[in-house]
Write a protein that binds this ligand. Structure first.
Ligand SMILES: [Zn+2]
Length: 222
């Protein structure tokens, strides 16, 4: 089953060039920091002048980078693809979401859907239930925000493309497909290097929308 049509629009294309901390204007040609936060149910980008950036709450930041405000007549351009930034964003989101990943030996997740997983996170749904997720949803507080799931999936695709991650396999658990991804060059047995990523089952069109939103958020060519 596909999730609802993606309506996400994380951030306007252009920075405001106003510091989030002191509300001061960032001058043309001056350096500043951009940082991504998750507020409410959405990812947002804020700008900071260097002194205020030193005081910003690093824990709440999902991704950050240094930039320079263009001169008045210079066209605003997106930055080139930055695999390191995507990687840091992926790891930071993983801290939020890996608690929701299938527990136990990750090899279990590699079993095909027909095999009953040996480790269940929740009681098995009633057989007559057409969609367990709809029939017995966990409390809202335990549901990872859909935006985070979508974005982490897209980040994992970008990291596969840039060969930071290698796809080991996939499996189905709790009605959802999980990708098993290994950091390039890591030992397969290294649990620290293994990442389980939920597939939100988006249409190609919706995935493109998430990608466009991420490009706007990070002001990056993806
Ligand atoms: Zn400031």
């Amino acid at each position: 089953m596909q999730e609802k049509v993606v309506e996400s629009k994380y951030a306007i294309e252009s920075p405001t060039y106003q510091c989030r901390g002191c509300s001061g204007d960032i001058a043309h040609g001056a350096s500043y920091f951009s940082a991504v936060f998750f507020e409410g149910e959405a990812f947002l980008r804020h700008e900071f002048c260097p002194p205020c950036w030193g005081k910003a709450e690093a824990e709440a930041v999902y991704a950050c980078w240094k930039a320079r405000r263009p001169e008045p007549k210079a066209p605003a351009r997106r930055r080139r693809f930055d695999s390191d930034l995507i990687w840091e964003f992926f790891l930071r989101l993983g801290k939020d979401l890996e608690a929701a990943a299938p527990a136990g030996d990750p090899e279990i997740a590699a079993e095909p859907a027909a095999t009953t997983p040996a480790v269940a996170l929740e009681p098995a749904p009633a057989p007559e239930s057409p969609d367990p997720a709809l029939e017995s949803p966990p409390p809202a507080s335990e549901l990872p925000p859909a935006e985070k799931v979508r974005l982490r999936f897209l980040l994992s695709l970008l990291l596969l493309r840039s060969k930071r991650l290698v796809l080991l396999g996939s499996g189905v658990q709790n009605g959802r497909e999980w990708l098993r991804l290994l950091e390039k060059g890591a030992e397969k047995e290294d649990p620290e290097a293994l990442h389980l990523v939920a597939n939100p089952d988006l249409s190609k069109e919706d995935l493109e929308k998430v990608k466009e939103s991420l490009g706007q958020l990070l002001q990056m060519e993806l």
